[in-house]
Design a protein around this ligand. Structure first.
Ligand SMILES: [Zn+2]
Length: 92
């Protein structure tokens, strides 16, 4: 399973996630093993709640799956679409 943000070395803070990748949001993937649920999550409300200097690892540990209730998730950056659209907009 690919962990896009974890390949880059040190775990980024929420503030760094927001600045990088054009990323205002990201996919949170359930890691229970057989659930495969994923949900989009905006970064801004997390920064309001926890502050920009909190490690994104906190979210990996604290995120709870809304489908199966498993605690623990992986984060994925939204896909890059093309030069006109840029990064995939937040799904509504
Ligand atoms: Zn799940």
């Amino acid at each position: 399973m690919a962990h896009a943000y974890e390949k880059a070395g040190p775990i980024p803070t929420l503030g760094q996630l927001q600045q990088g990748n054009g990323g205002k949001w990201f996919w949170v993937h359930c890691e229970s093993g057989n659930c495969h649920h994923k949900a989009p999550m905006a970064i801004a409300p997390l920064i309001i709640r926890w502050g920009p200097n909190v490690s994104s690892d906190k979210l990996r540990r604290c995120a709870r799956c809304t489908k199966c209730g498993h605690k623990g998730a992986s984060l994925r950056a939204p896909s890059y679409i093309n030069i006109q659209v840029g990064v995939q907009p937040f799904p509504t």
